[in-house]
Design a protein around this ligand. Structure first.
Ligand SMILES: Nc1ncnc2c1ncn2[C@@H]1O[C@H](COP(=O)(O)OP(=O)(O)OP(=O)(O)O)[C@@H](O)[C@H]1O
Ligand SMILES: [Mg+2]
Ligand SMILES: [Zn+2]
Length: 234
């Protein structure tokens, strides 16, 4: 794969630089590229990534918000969920892509473990269940709450990688929809990758997440990932 700078047209490059990227020299191969946090060009990043996948998984680092059960299960991943996770990783970690992905599937197809593995490969990220996100926000409305609504929102808006799990588990009120749409919109603007997981069928996803989120998801190259393989039996 080419360096980001090779793939971007001049206006796109200027835009990426405006958004905080800078022109860099790859510390490994010396190629010029435009990137955000990484010192490596896309090609070297991919090589590094492949090496990392091949070597021990115990080198993965996880944010404390990820479920210990899912962290444990990343060590024994195999089969179609592992293959899909590997296929999608480059999209999630590509600088300047800000992929928004919706992962759908039945119970026990390994969705949470996949998202946890991505965070481990990135070495950062935040995990929240949709229900808990809204509960955390609602708590800030109590008059003696020390935390403000905007502080909670900022935490999820600014995370470099965010996983919202169990997205079907909501009251689907207008308030929740507005919050979720706005959060995804801000992350889309900031080119921060986001994964939304739902235990839903494809035909139910528009109604659950709303047209705005789905269109952003398609526009960022993320799209909808359906986990159609049989569930892993425990
Ligand atoms: N790639 C995998 N290889 C082998 N086993 C797996 C894999 N992914 C998940 N599992 C097993 O399946 C169980 C369920 O995985 P996970 O919790 O990720 O499913 P899920 O799709 O998120 O389910 P739910 O919709 O109920 O949240 C794990 O505890 C683990 O035992
Ligand atoms: Mg799950
Ligand atoms: Zn390089």
């Amino acid at each position: 794969m080419n360096a980001v700078s090779d793939m971007l047209s001049t206006p796109e490059k200027s835009k990426a630089i405006l958004l905080g990227a800078s022109e860099k020299t790859c510390t490994n191969c010396g190629a010029a590229f435009v990137g955000f946090l990484t010192p490596l060009c896309d090609a070297c990043t991919e090589k590094e990534q492949a090496k990392l996948i091949a070597t021990t998984r115990s080198s993965l680092r996880f944010d404390k918000t990820f479920p210990p059960r899912a962290i444990r299960d990343t060590q024994t991943m195999r089969g179609p969920a592992l293959a899909k996770a590997k296929e999608i990783l480059p999209l999630i970690r590509k600088p300047g892509q800000g992929a928004i992905l919706v992962v759908l599937g039945d119970r026990w197809t390994g969705k949470t473990v996949m998202a946890t593995w991505w965070a481990g490969m990135l070495g950062y990220g935040r995990y929240v269940k949709a229900f808990d996100l809204f509960a955390e926000l609602r708590r800030t409305y109590h008059e003696n709450s020390k935390t403000k609504e905007h502080e909670v929102l900022a935490k999820y808006r600014d995370s470099n990688f965010l996983v919202i799990d169990e997205a079907q588990d909501r009251k689907e009120s207008e308030w929740e929809q507005t919050i979720l749409t706005n959060l995804i919109d801000k992350r889309y603007d900031a080119l921060r990758p986001t994964v939304i997981i739902a235990n839903l069928k494809l035909d139910a996803i528009d109604a659950c997440l709303g047209a705005s989120i789905i269109s952003r998801c398609k526009r960022t190259g993320g799209g909808i990932v359906e986990c159609t393989w049989p569930p892993y039996s425990g």
